[in-house]
Design a protein around this ligand. Structure first.
Ligand code: PLP
Length: 476
């Protein structure tokens, strides 16, 4: 009846079993892209040449790529058809109008500003709203969001509960704000808080959802202190699906209506359309307040382009308009969330600990459960990524991310980090067979894990270091 304790209401209740019907993809494959598994000696050579970081491996050398779900999904035949409708007029393009209509309907916000991807929207919003010394309070910030706030000399604080760090804490809405942390931070810093940021949901916080109940409570605290609420809307549909399945009040309510209610508690949002709008490039911000939108458009012209294309081609706007709707489709979402749950279950069966309940868009592995003999300095996350590639040509992500959170005892802002490996699942891209292969590789990695002596850093720049870092194995 449920996987990971979550009910599924779409008539495919045995989805957790290995029976073929269970995960029948609600699409068929129209264009095949060849993938190739290199031989073991080739994989060894490739990994060494990539300084033992998956980021430096050529995509052609990867068999199954679970590094990210960003921009890596498969567009539908409807989206490809929409590309042909692209109106490439510089001013007043029809494609913009179609995109604007859909994003207004979906977010409920009247003022839409397209950008080429999510971080471009973040750059504009933080430039408008964050001043040096400001404190931005979020459940969790995505890494580019954190980067933009730091770049503005602001302080990004993650008010998620300490349960995030406990892979075994099985609460349903693990992405929720700890309201006590939020209240402590507001009481102390409210005059310097430009907005509260609700990330629905964050691929850096185990893709765990935020409940509507929590969103309402955050909104009422925000109102009490007169602070704006903004949403990072990247995975708005996945979050809405979890609300529908997990909060009895929303059982039977459409994903679209749930999304509208979520955003009704905010003043605006931004979105990387590379996530739940299932496009390879695109993004936007949306505002309730016209004057803020006008200022965003001024900056947009400097950084991205005129407001009716925002750094995108007209055809990209068309693909986003179609993808935004497809991303809210009930059957598509049920399958997507079930894929993550299924992979999570198979990995758990291999005696590897993952964040539970498994969230949207991927599976988060507690690497300490694979390499108990490695200390943090021996980089077990790097070891796991290297082993996954060596054993099966599978590319996975993960790192140790610096965060700031609130210490409940003292109310102080304290440093904390979060380390995980992430098997992100691209949208409409891999099948049940691929997931079972990945789980088999995880099991093989686990069985040989004691042979891995760990890794060390050989190069690490200060900004966005995890993108450029190099490693070497510790000699055994
Ligand atoms: C991907 C992502 C972003 C940044 O968007 P880009 O399109 O990669 O620039 C921001 N927030 C969240 C939660 C994301 O997942």
């Amino acid at each position: 009846m449920s996987i990971e304790g979550r009910p599924f209401g779409t008539g495919m209740e045995d989805a957790g079993s290995r029976s073929l019907a269970a995960l029948a993809e609600p699409y068929r494959i129209k264009v095949a892209e060849q993938i190739r598994l290199l031989s073991r000696p080739e994989r060894e050579e490739v990994l060494a040449a990539a300084h033992y970081s998956g980021i430096h491996i050529d995509a052609a050398d990867v068999f199954i790529d679970l590094m990210t779900d960003s921009g890596t999904g498969a567009m539908s035949s409807e989206q490809w058809a929409a590309l042909m409708r692209g109106d490439e007029s510089y001013f007043g393009s029809r494609s913009y109008q179609r995109f604007e209509t859909v994003s207004r309907e979906i977010t409920g916000y009247p003022h839409i500003v397209p950008t080429h991807q999510g971080r471009a929207a973040e750059k504009i919003i933080t430039e408008l709203l964050v001043r040096p010394g400001d404190v931005v309070l979020s459940n969790t910030h995505f890494d580019t969001t954190r980067g933009h706030i730091l770049h503005r000399q602001g302080v990004p604080v993650d008010c998620i509960g300490d349960w995030l760090w406990d892979f075994g804490d099985e609460r349903e809405f693990k992405g929720n704000f700890d309201l006590k942390k939020l209240e402590l931070a507001l009481a102390r810093h409210h005059s310097r808080v430009p907005f509260i940021l609700i990330t629905v949901l964050n691929n850096m916080a185990c893709s765990s959802p935020v409940s509507m109940q929590n969103i309402r409570e955050v909104k009422s605290l925000a109102d009490r202190y007169g602070v704006k609420v903004m949403f990072d809307a990247c995975r708005l549909a996945e979050n809405a699906y979890f609300i529908q399945q997990g909060e009895p009040e929303f059982s039977g309510v459409s994903i679209q209506d749930i999304v509208l209610e979520m955003f009704s508690y905010g003043d605006g949002c931004w979105m990387s359309a590379k996530k739940d709008a299932i496009v390879n490039i695109g993004g936007f911000c949306a505002f309730r307040d016209e004057s803020l939108a006008m200022r965003a458009k001024e900056l947009l012209v400097l950084y991205e382009g005129y407001p009716t294309y925002g750094g995108l081609a007209g055809r990209d706007l068309e693909a986003m308009a179609v993808g935004l709707r497809e991303g809210l489709d009930q059957e598509y979402l049920a399958h997507r969330i079930r894929q993550a749950a299924y992979l999570g279950r198979l990995i758990t069966e291999a005696d590897v600990s993952v964040s539970r309940p498994v969230g949207g868009s991927g599976v988060f592995v507690d690497v300490r459960s694979i390499y108990p003999h490695l200390s943090a300095e021996q980089l077990p996350t790097v070891a796991f990524a290297a082993d996954m590639f060596l054993e099966g040509g599978v590319r996975v992500g993960g790192a140790l991310f610096p965060m700031k959170t609130v210490d409940i005892g003292s109310g102080n802002i304290v440093d904390r980090s979060f380390e995980f490996s992430r098997l992100a699942i691209p949208r409409r891209t891999y099948t049940q067979g691929h997931l079972e292969y990945v789980a088999d590789i995880v099991a093989r990695v686990k069985s040989k894990a004691s042979e891995n002596m760990g890794y060390r850093v050989t190069y690490m720049p200060e900004t966005m270091g995890h993108f450029f870092v190099r490693f070497a194995p510790v000699a055994g």
